[in-house]
Design a protein around this ligand. Structure first.
Ligand code: DNO
Length: 349
């Protein structure tokens, strides 16, 4: 069981995280190194020491971001891939086991509001199709939670221009180029690369997204057939559409030993491309958490998981999706289900 921590400036401190029952591992990153630069060993070690001093372990990185030039397939990509590999080696030397990353062009996870009020007056992240259609990405004031806010208006124009030449097949081929260079190095150093699915799993603002569904994930896993080319299986990202059968996908990829890391959260979707995030409880959302955990349990899953986004409850404010309370409740709920599954297994033997 792990928990995402945003570093020394996170109001959710390591001391608080440690008090969540069953919490063992911290998932974090070095946030002040520009994308594409090498993460130095000493910096990683200092972070590890800080986490260990708080009584937790540092074994999962989220994220080691992929430079846009790699996704775009520009000639400069080789230099960035070289740096990526150097970072991986440094991380492995410091004992990191899993590296989460994504291959979404320009924007990471996208929502249209971070303050959607639920009936119980908690606030949550939501995506409404018609609101997205009304967003002008070139507008200076637009900044959504998962986005790298360092893009200036002009940079964005330029990057959209560059992506106008990238269709799905070229994105696949740029991803394959990256994987073929990086995965063998990860494998040698004992790291599992774990791609995060696209969130939401469809194209946005005309930018292609490819890690979206079972067919595409099958294709992804075949590019390099190695456990070091694995998934961060994010139930909420893949599960925000009725098109993906989450339980059967979890069962399949976990049986294949291709899930290194699981993000567990629940969402409520409709059939028109809209969704909002709910508490982790199965009955609050569209996903069956017990069935998902059972699929992992039945297939001998022994990787890392973390409660993903939480709502803002009990008056908490802070980083959307990443407050303490609702994520802590999620961890307890997940632990409860897991304990039940373990005990059922023992009693049936
Ligand atoms: C959202 C996160 C993502 C994830 C990246 C991985 O809450 O799960 O931002 O960290 O996509 O690179």
């Amino acid at each position: 069981m792990s928990f995402r921590w945003y570093g020394a400036n996170d109001q959710v401190t390591l001391e608080k995280i440690r008090q969540i029952p069953g919490m063992q591992v911290i998932v974090t990153a070095i946030y002040d190194v520009p994308v594409g630069q090498v993460w130095e060993y000493e910096r990683i070690l200092a972070l590890k020491k800080q986490i260990e001093d708080a009584g937790l372990r540092f074994e999962v990185v989220e994220s080691l971001p992929v430079h846009e030039d790699i996704k775009l397939g520009l000639p400069t990509r080789d230099k960035y891939i070289e740096n990526y590999i150097k970072s991986l080696h440094n991380l492995a030397k410091a004992g990191i086991k899993v590296v989460c990353y994504n291959f979404m062009p320009v924007f990471d996870w996208t929502r249209t509001t971070v303050e959607y009020p639920l009936k119980d007056h908690s606030k949550t992240l939501a995506y409404f199709k018609k609101d997205l259609e009304n967003i002008n990405v070139y507008d200076d004031d637009v900044s959504l939670p998962g986005w790298d806010t360092s893009y200036k208006k002009e940079d964005l124009r330029h990057i959209f221009e560059q992506y106008s030449h990238i269709d799905e097949e070229s994105l696949w081929s740029n991803l394959a180029y990256f994987l073929r260079a990086v995965v063998p190095e990860a494998e040698k150093s004992g790291i599992k690369m774990a791609i995060h699915p696209d969130d939401p799993p469809w194209n946005i603002f005309g930018l292609c997204r490819i890690i979206t569904c079972e067919k595409n994930i099958d294709r992804f896993l075949k590019i390099v057939d190695s456990e070091s080319n694995s998934l961060t299986f994010c139930t909420g990202s893949l599960g925000c559409t009725p098109d993906n059968d989450i339980v059967s996908m979890v069962r399949k990829y976990s049986a294949q030993k291709r899930i290194a890391f699981v993000h567990l959260r629940n969402v409520k979707f409709d059939n028109d491309g809209n969704f909002y995030e709910t508490s982790h409880l199965s009955s609050d959302g569209s996903l069956d958490m017990v069935a998902i955990l059972k699929a992992l349990h039945d297939t001998g899953f022994d990787g890392y998981c973390r409660p993903d986004h939480g709502r803002m409850i009990w008056g908490e404010t802070g980083r959307p999706g990443y407050g303490l309370y609702d994520r802590a409740l999620g961890a307890c709920y997940i632990n409860g289900i897991w304990e039940t599954l373990e005990k059922e297994k023992c009693s049936s033997h």
